[in-house]
Design a protein around this ligand. Sequence first.
Ligand SMILES: NC(=O)c1ccc[n+]([C@@H]2O[C@H](COP(=O)([O-])OP(=O)(O)OC[C@H]3O[C@@H](n4cnc5c(N)ncnc54)[C@H](O)[C@@H]3O)[C@@H](O)[C@H]2O)c1
Length: 250
Amino acid sequence: MSRFENKVALVTGAASGMGRASSLRLSSEGAKIHAVDVNAAGLEETAKSIRAAGGEVETTVCDVTNRQSCFDAVEACVAAFGRLDVLLNVAGIVRFSHAISTSEEDWNLQLAVNLSGPFFFSQAALPHLLESEGNIVNVASNAGLMGQAYTVGYCASKAGLINMSKALAMEFVKTKVRINCVAPSGTATNMIAAIDFPEGLDDKLMARYRGFRPMSQADDIAGVIAFLASDEARAVHGAVWEADQGVTAG
Ligand SMILES: NC(=O)c1ccc[n+]([C@@H]2O[C@H](COP(=O)([O-])OP(=O)(O)OC[C@H]3O[C@@H](n4cnc5c(N)ncnc54)[C@H](O)[C@@H]3O)[C@@H](O)[C@H]2O)c1
């Protein structure tokens, strides 16, 4: 398939997990990739893999919590490739904690990375996406659709991301730009491996979000992201696409 021939995609969170998998996936289907992450070494690994497979990639080290850096990354992309067709807001973090003892720092950081970052990138990208009739895919979470214990900041940030996407979808509904969310459940990436669980969690509450099926792999989610970002999904706008092994089904 070459659904992204002559298209340029900017991917945040591209150093790892779903961001890396999506970068490789879109590149394998013809996209030029502008890979963005705060992790320079991981970004280089992603770029190496794309180039080894014959793809074209540029990188920008960027902390998505810094508005100016987000705008600079979009400008660097357009300067390198001359256009922007797809913005994938994938960068994200999670912090587990009991609600009452959640620190101000963890609360603010999750909102900054998971919600403000995608908004800043959207602001910077939309003028270019209007020109290219492109689209945005935001990676939310099942935690944005349901209350999940011990992740109050994460849930709030992902629910915010979902409604931010819908608000943008409505503001641009008369244009050809599309804006959608993917909402994965537990997926085997560094994020899951790095979770620091606090003492005293009630596993009965946690089991609800694990669901019944095995965890997804990053590639499984990249496939859904690629579909939504492609012209095949031209009828999909303002949607939240669950990719959660049935976790939110009931
Ligand atoms: N893994 C899961 O179980 C799961 C489930 C639902 C949703 N998600 C969401 O999927 C997305 C991708 O996560 P993943 O599972 O691939 O995790 P990951 O940790 O493998 O990748 C996340 C990437 O985001 C980058 N990042 C973090 N803070 C950043 C910042 N301030 N600026 C720029 N980059 C930053 C990290 O360096 C990393 O490369 C996230 O938005 C996450 O919330 C993950």
